[in-house]
Design a protein. Sequence first.
Length: 420
Amino acid sequence: MVAGATTLAEINDGAKAQGSPIMVGGITPLTGPGAPSGAEAKRGLEMACEEVNAMGGILGRPVEPVFGDSKNRSADEVVSAANLLIDRHEVHAIINGHNIGSNNAEYDLVADASVMYIHTNTLRQHDEWIENNPGKYPTIFMSDPAEFWYGPGWIKFISWLRDTGQWTPQNNTIALVSGSLPYSTVISNAAAQVAADHGWEIAWGGVETVSTPTTEWGPILAKIREANPAAIQNSHFYAGDIAQFMIQFNQNPINALIYFPWGPLLSAFTEIGKENSVGVTTSTVIGLLQDEKGTEFRRRYKEKFGPTASAVGATVSYPNMHHFAIAAAVAGGTSEPGNAEQAARVAAQLKRIAYRGVNGSVAYHPVWQSAIPYPDLSSDPSLGMPHLFFQIKDWEKQERILISPPPYNTGDFFLPPWFT
């Protein structure tokens, strides 16, 4: 079964959302360096809950969002936020974006409480934990593919640009700069594993790691300028930090393509980097499409939260709330903490029902309980979440061109303005 935006209303069949609310939690950084992305995740869940209620809630019961601040996204902070949501607010589900510093520390707590948990931590570690512990985490889902796919996906992307004549690299050297979080190191190491297969040589013989967070890029930029690579991958995570990288890079640029996963899709990157952000390439294994569905969502999102609000940041929570509501309605209702039997019914429907949302199709892998990537694992775009590559064209208009993959691409690559 593939569900869409109107499926819940059809299931509710005219029911009105009334009575005691179903509490739905979100663990997200409301303070600290991750607050820009946390704010969008919060808005996305709030907007989705409003829409679910307008369609009759979940079998006639309204949903109400409540949040726990994961601050710096450490294991202790994420576990503390999960405890707050489960013990004090008795949430029936937790739906949020990235808390990549937790290293799955919250999994046992959530699983013991039999609470549905849908996140976008984007960690290969999730796939491994679920596969290596069958039956232990039945209510925990990762609604995007693992970060591993960023690494080989970028290598294939720059090779495609080279091989199709869209870009002529000055040499066959690439520089791999990693943040110190596991998320970053997995991406960089994955790129290193496949670089030679596509004809690339890695500067310095391997990955160069920089502490997370950081805003002082002088030492690593000096090494990059000396190596003079054709392309740079920087897997550092925070939007404000990588914006500083671009500001400092453009003080003395070289003819190299620059790529960061995810961060440049947030408005904070262009607000800080301004003209220095133009030409940057980025990608996401969970992003906002530029088709009719995605464009309409972006319009409504900015209308609701203001012109600088980043609709792509809301995709970590917005479609997943709709997906969960449909699965729970088909299963006969949500499950309060401790109701393992009903939670299992909801989880089974979440696996069975694919959801076509503003970020493509969410279909869960039967073993990993994470979204299947397209075209990396599935050749069917209706059953896989697309790995989207963008390039920033206009920082003032927040314009990002979707370059690949087909059939979702909407524009063409252009040579960055810092090239001479």
